[in-house]
Design a protein around this ligand. Structure first.
Ligand code: TMP
Length: 223
């Protein structure tokens, strides 16, 4: 994290794992703590988080599942992330704020790496080059069977505030792809046990939040 004073927490997982609900609940909890009274808590998401990155998101999440080359997809994800990190994440961290981000580099490793079959080594090099290796302090992996997760997304339909089009290009990609992504997240969490903490997301919303809170409190004992 270099000279950053703030804290960077990311949420990861497959489709329908409940990340956005949980991230907002955690942000509210953090903001209510006396020890955080002077600290900015910012929630954001990837791809997205700045106007330009949100425009790139639209290209990525709409349209036919096979409308884009895997390399194009990777480069768009990374372009959005560079904008997001430089214009939003780094400035908040440098001022001592906390950033809670819905997806980050582990999604690229899981979706483009394990899911699309691109080299993990190359993706890590790209991360190093594009982001100077910025890594989260803590990553919460919301673990849910990919088939159950996908079924949960069905009633969501059109959910983009920006396009009015259904954000379902990835969701429409076959179950086999989502199984590879899930296995990828599991491998990543096993190989990075200190940073990535996996939580059973197939519990009630309140119980998932309780588990997240235990992890966050033990990771940051000064809270
Ligand atoms: P969301 O619906 O969870 O906001 O995510 C949008 C989609 O973008 C999701 O299906 C996963 C995909 N994605 C990648 O493929 N690679 C990435 O690096 C990121 C951040 C997202």
């Amino acid at each position: 994290m270099g000279a950053n004073l703030g804290r960077f927490i990311t949420f990861e997982g497959g489709e329908g794992s409940g990340k956005s609900t949980q991230i907002n609940m955690l942000a509210d909890h953090l903001r209510s703590l006396p020890s955080m009274a002077q600290v900015d808590v910012v929630t954001t998401r990837e791809p997205g988080g700045t106007p330009m990155a949100e425009s790139i998101r639209e290209l990525l999440v709409t349209g036919e599942p096979n409308s884009m080359e895997a390399k194009t997809e990777l480069l768009l994800v990374m372009a959005a992330r560079v904008e997001h990190v430089q214009k939003l994440i780094n400035p908040v961290l440098q001022k001592g704020g906390w950033v809670l981000c819905d997806r980050f580099m582990d999604s690229t490793l899981a979706y483009q790496g394990y899911g699309r079959g691109m080299s993990i080594e190359h993706l890590l090099m790209l991360n190093q080059w594009a982001l100077s290796g910025l890594n989260p302090d803590l990553t919460i992996f919301l673990k849910i069977d990919p088939i159950i997760g996908l079924a949960r997304t069905k009633p969501r339909g059109t959910n983009s505030e920006h396009s009015g089009e259904a954000e379902d290009r990835f969701e429409q990609t076959g179950a086999e792809f989502h199984k590879l992504v899930y296995d990828g997240f599991c491998k990543l969490s096993q190989n990075n046990k200190e940073r990535i903490r996996s939580i059973d997301a197939n519990q009630s919303i309140d119980n998932v939040q309780k588990s997240i809170w235990e992890v966050v409190r033990s990771a940051f004992p000064n809270l």
